[in-house]
Design a protein around this ligand. Structure first.
Ligand code: NAG
Ligand code: NAG
Ligand code: NAG
Length: 363
């Protein structure tokens, strides 16, 4: 316990490396589930949460770029590990000092692992683009604190990679995208894993050592998918794709973690629990698991959380905030499950802050 407390203090106060008073910070790569405001600054993007009622349960309640009413899963996991919340890469107040103190979040609504995913949104940062932006960040930091201190800073960082749902929902499963007729379930998964594997290796070559990859939830049960069937049931095919993505990604991540020098790469998902919540919401304190809290009457499917939308009475009782994204309460549950799974080797009583600073715990 004492050691853990000491480690926490180190994480919070930071420590000196090669003349750099560097803290442990996060670098987040993702899609709308992790976006904290990048798309706000992409003037042509159609994936934008910069309007009411997004953000209604966050800070001053004004839209902040998050695609939910409150916190994202990455917000909650970072908070529980005692790490600062990294600002959006596009935030105009982002300076070298801000980066050294808080890290950077590159996540962008509509993004995928694949470059071509989410093309209909016109503008978004796909994962390769996000990694390119990260390289730009590294150049800035090198010129600020020098190569040696910079190398240490980036190797001590915590990395999150959380994409994949758009590669299905806004690519493979949508006939307007050529990937949908070029591939079948199996060849598409291979293509995705080859691409993700190359991206994770690239991140390792850039210094990422402690990295978490998030899996997918039962994305066939998002309201947007349910309205595709006459009965409003979950799309079984879509859920099966999510499960096989999770299995393949888990294998990939474990493989890389054992192969790449000094890498502690972990995979975490909350598929099973979210699936249970959706089947049996009351058991988990929810009252609705099939429709969005923020909706625009019967005009569906569409991304219909807009200023004229009507909100549900109790936002904490809805699993889904809009047609696509979980609510703050659902995100909290997802984050807790993921922490338990990711760090279960550290004990059995729930979230432990230790992994935030522990060097490569056994997987
Ligand atoms: C993906 O996009 C990046 C730029 O963001 C580019 O450098 C790369 O060549 C592209 N990869 C493929 C396979 O198209
Ligand atoms: C791995 O860690 C050791 C000890 O910290 C270090 O000397 C070595 O350079 C690291 N290798 C890589 C590839 O990060
Ligand atoms: C839950 O939903 C039912 C109707 O579906 C309603 O009667 C009840 O008041 C709701 N409870 C809460 C706490 O919102």
């Amino acid at each position: 316990m004492k050691l853990m407390a000491a480690l926490m203090i180190v994480a919070v106060l930071g420590f000196s490396i090669g003349g750099c008073h560097c803290k442990v910070v996060q670098f987040i790569f993702g899609d709308s589930l992790s976006d904290v405001g990048n798309n706000k600054y992409l003037s042509k993007t159609l994936a934008n949460a910069n309007l009411p009622w997004y953000g209604i349960d966050f800070g001053n309640g004004l839209p902040n770029g998050r695609f939910t009413n409150g916190r994202t899963v990455a917000d909650i996991i970072g908070d529980k590990m005692g790490l600062p919340r990294p600002p959006a890469f596009m935030d105009p107040s982002l300076t070298e000092d801000v980066i050294l103190a808080n890290g950077v979040n590159y996540a962008s609504g509509g993004a995928g692992i694949l470059n071509e995913t989410g093309g209909l949104f016109i503008q978004r940062f796909s994962l390769y683009k996000q990694i390119e932006l990260f390289q730009g960040t590294q150049d800035l930091i090198v010129s600020k604190i020098g190569q040696a201190a910079s190398d240490k800073f980036f190797q001590d960082g915590r990395y999150v990679v959380a994409l994949g749902s758009n590669d299905f929902i806004n690519n493979y499963l949508m006939p307007v995208y050529s990937d949908s007729w070029t591939y079948n379930d199996q060849t598409f998964m291979t293509y995705l894993m080859d691409t993700l594997g190359a991206q994770l290796r690239l991140l390792h070559s850039l210094g990422a050592r402690q990295l978490i990859v998030f899996g997918l939830g039962p994305m066939g049960c998002i309201p947007l998918q349910r309205v595709l069937s006459t009965t409003g049931a979950c799309q079984d095919k879509t859920n099966k794709l999510a499960l096989s993505f999770n299995q393949a990604t888990s294998n990939l991540v474990n493989q890389l973690s054992s192969k790449l020098p000094n890498a502690s790469y972990r995979f975490g998902d909350a598929y099973d629990v979210v699936n249970n919540v959706i089947t049996n919401p009351h058991k988990y304190g929810f009252n609705n698991s099939d429709s969005p809290c923020c909706s625009f009457g019967k005009i569906r499917p569409a991304l219909t959380c807009v200023p004229v939308s009507v909100l549900c009475k109790d936002r904490s009782k809805y699993v889904f905030w809009d047609e696509y994204h979980p609510s703050d309460s659902a995100n909290e549950l997802i984050a807790n499950v993921m922490i338990r799974k990711l760090f279960s080797n550290n004990g059995n009583n729930g979230p432990s802050p230790a992994p935030a600073i522990a060097p490569s715990p056994a997987a």
